[in-house]
Write a protein that binds this ligand. Structure first.
Ligand code: UT7
Length: 367
């Protein structure tokens, strides 16, 4: 059975920074409260021309570059997001088109802030079963589009961004080991986006009553998170045959410094074993774990051979953890030219669209 290795990584965040002081001009809040209660200093906000798919595709392209893998070699794209561009088509398909990943299947996965862990686990299972050799896992969000900027209890928390990993098959031992995935739908109303789905389709009422914005019972989510983080981390390590003391670093979902601190205490680990970057990006939901990982790898904190546990929790309620021995790019003599590939992907997409229009005219259908 092949092993599933993480061989490429990339991240993409909008350039626009929204600081706590900026927020204090929009709602009744202040920098001291936000820092003390959450640990967040600033977050990134997508520009008008940035979307969940453009951020995701940018992160994915960087991950493919690190792995030295051509988009044509990707068998499967799993896009984890709670802020898809549409209910359908899947954002994964929009990214597939932007990358020109011509042979890839593509689907979205919704497990909120635990989604990247679920997606990585699914990628590893696809590789271990032999059904895929190369999988792109992307976590991407534009939460700023769903935040009520008048609600100080939520708007201070969230930010936009994307992270992506390339997962590849190899006979070398290592990579993604054991994991756990859990859910408890009885807590679904603790954190939700009430309207826009089939239960409450968009209407004047849903718009006027703010049902298209994120609603959260912060205290309930906080209590749930502090209950599950340490146990899920230990369960993932145990499922991989690792003793707790073998864990080199934990990459937790970046929601609140107090939650991460509680998890470290539950694990009897010093806080410096936890990777933390929420001060600069806020809570980017499913993108937070890859964003924290990419920065830690690029900063030299995560090295090949390190034993890591990714752990997250979120709406659903969902939670999960995954044990990973860090790898890095697989050796190859090939050098892919992703810039050229990207231009080719754009032209191929335009060509296909024109082809459909011509086909429509020829067959007398409305193009
Ligand atoms: O990916 C998962 C996403 N969600 C989470 O991780 C959320 C988890 N929950 C939390 O992080 C915390 O619940 C928050 C940081 C959101 C809030 O902390 P809290 O300890 O639950 O505070 P609270 O909502 O009970 O508010 C305490 C006080 C209240 O004032 P009073 O009633 O004591 O006078 C709030 O009105 O703080 C007030 N408050 C604020 N003050 C300044 C609430 N939000 C703000 C604010 N600025 N932004």
């Amino acid at each position: 059975m092949p092993y599933a290795h993480i061989t490429g990584w990339g991240m993409s965040v909008p350039a626009h920074v929204l600081t706590n002081d900026d927020l204090s001009k929009m709602v009744d809040t202040n920098d001291a409260w936000i820092r003390e209660m959450t640990g967040i200093r600033e977050r990134r906000i997508a520009a008008e021309n940035e979307t969940t798919s453009t951020l995701g595709a940018d992160a994915a392209l960087k991950a493919l570059t690190v792995a030295n893998v051509s988009p044509d070699d990707v068998d499967l794209i799993i896009c984890s997001t709670s802020t898809p561009e549409y209910l359908f088509p899947a954002t994964a398909c929009l990214i597939q088109d932007q990358l020109g990943a011509s042979k890839a299947g593509a689907f979205d996965l919704l497990a909120a802030c635990s989604g990247f862990i679920y997606g990585l686990n699914m990628a590893a299972q696809a590789i271990k079963s032999g059904s895929a050799k190369t999988v792109l896992v992307i976590g991407t969000e534009t939460l700023s589009r769903f935040v009520d900027w008048k609600d100080r209890s939520t708007c201070i928390l969230f930010g936009d961004g994307a992270g992506a990993f390339v997962v590849q098959a190899s006979e070398q031992p290592g990579g993604i080991f054991g994991g756990v995935m859990h859910s408890d739908g009885s807590g679904g109303d603790s954190l939700l986006l009430p309207a826009g789905g089939s239960k409450h389709p968009a209407s004047d009422l849903t718009v006027h009553t703010g049902m298209h914005f994120i609603r959260m019972n912060g205290k309930e989510v906080f209590r749930f998170a502090t209950r599950v983080m340490a146990k899920a981390t230990l369960d993932a390590a145990e499922a991989s045959g690792w003793k707790p003391e073998e864990i080199d670093l934990v990459v937790p979902h970046q929601a609140n410094l107090r939650i991460i601190d509680a998890a470290a205490r539950g694990l009897k680990m010093p806080l410096d074993k936890m990777i933390i970057n929420l001060d600069r990006y806020g809570n980017t939901s499913t993108a937070s774990i890859p964003l924290a990982t990419v920065e830690a790898v690029e900063g030299g904190r995560i090295k090949p051979g390190d034993k890591l546990v990714f752990v997250g929790f979120g709406a659903g309620l969902t939670w999960g953890a995954l044990a990973v021995q860090w790898t890095g790019p697989l050796p190859t003599d090939r050098k892919v030219n992703l810039k050229q590939n990207y231009l080719w992907a754009r032209s191929r997409s335009i060509y296909r669209r024109i082809g459909r229009i011509i086909e429509g005219i020829l067959w007398g259908r409305n193009a």
